[in-house]
Design a protein around this ligand. Structure first.
Ligand code: CUA
Length: 351
């Protein structure tokens, strides 16, 4: 059997290539630290996929390179090579094996997915709202406490009920491995159990307009006692603050209206004009006119953002649903005149 030596050589080379490539992948495609129970089965699947990819790449490359190098035409060999007309056994093998593998992965993945979406008996519900371009979180089990950061107790299963106020967004914390879109007009769900105390970043993973890349929120996984303290803080209702400008500052944060995501208070230009020195400012509009910013102009800009566009900015960037959102907030929290509060706050931003 003079072919045996080639078979043995190829098998050894394929094994070496597979192990070598797998090691290379673990440097090239490092996953973030796993921080949820769900990360365990998902990482196992990643791992098996990486092994399979390494094996297939190694198998094809080794056979191709081995053939090209070892069986190349020798000098002076003018003979025609033997003609081969297919090989039924080989074709059956390379059809059946991949089919079984792909179906196997499919069945396995469905099993894992069913496990991930299964309700847990003691899960905590959190309402998540995504909008251009901020996140807010409400805790219905704790008097609708509200926060612009997602704070969760470690080792307690959570169920996120998620809504988008304008366009598609997507909830993604890479360390938890799970991901779910927010769809306008629907409530979508995501379950996971955080297992590592720490601070993580929620990233919007669905292109949603100008400031998509900045649609981030901090996620804190904390002990039970820290969580209780957080909830006490988050129950605070700005409608009860005494000063209009303090209420306005709270409404403008990501926790409520998210104005601050696009309007800086330090003079820098974000997706919208800065609020620093806004009151009384002469604004050049894109139609060449000039407007002096006063209360009437600010009200109009909040309720009907496309009425006038400041030169250098774009129309349709500011969401046009602030009238509804402000009305909902006023009804929910017993606030009087949120726009008035916002304008009172803007008027204090002078230097
Ligand atoms: Cu929201 Cu991208």
């Amino acid at each position: 059997m003079k072919n045996t030596k080639h078979f043995v050589a190829v098998i050894i080379l394929v094994i070496l290539a597979t192990v070598g490539l797998r090691l290379l992948f673990s440097f090239m495609f490092q996953l973030p630290t796993p921080a949820s129970e769900e990360a365990i089965p998902i990482d196992i699947m990643f791992n098996v996929h990486f092994w399979l990819i390494a094996f297939l790449f190694g198998l094809i490359m080794v056979i191709m390179l081995y053939s090209a190098l070892v069986f190349r035409r020798q000098p002076g060999d003018e003979e025609d090579a033997p003609h081969i007309h297919g090989n039924a056994t080989l074709e059956i093998v390379w059809t059946v094996l991949p089919t079984i593998t792909v179906i196997g992965f499919g069945v396995w993945a469905v099993g894992v997915l069913q496990d991930l979406v299964k309700p847990e008996p003691n899960e905590m519900v959190v309402h998540v709202t995504g909008r251009q371009w901020s996140w807010s979180f409400e805790y219905p089990e704790d008097d609708n406490a509200r926060s612009s950061q997602l704070t969760l107790p470690v080792n307690r299963p959570v169920l996120l009920e998620m809504e988008a106020e304008d366009v598609l967004h997507s909830f993604w914390v890479p360390e938890f491995r799970v991901k779910q879109d927010l769809v306008p007009g629907q409530v979508t769900h995501l379950r996971f159990t955080p297992t590592e105390v720490g601070s993580y970043t929620l990233r919007c993973a669905e292109i949603c307009g100008t400031s998509h890349a900045y649609m981030l929120a901090q996620v804190n996984i904390v002990s039970d006692s820290e969580f209780a303290a957080f909830i006490e803080d988050a129950k605070d209702n700005p409608a009860q603050y005494e000063l209009a400008e303090e209420r306005g500052a709270a409404w403008s944060s990501n926790e409520y209206l998210g104005c601050a995501a696009c309007h800086s208070i330090d003079g820098s230009a974000l997706a919208g004009p800065t609020w620093l020195n806004i009151m009384g400012r002469q604004e050049q509009m894109d139609d060449g006119t000039t407007i002096t910013v006063d209360e009437a102009y600010l009200r109009e800009s909040i309720l009907n953002p496309n009425a006038h566009i400041v030169a250098g900015y774009n129309a349709n960037v500011m969401p046009q649903n602030f009238d509804e959102r402000i009305a909902t907030l006023e009804a929910d929290l017993g606030a009087q005149d949120i726009i008035g509060d916002l304008i009172a706050y803007m008027a204090t931003l002078q230097e």
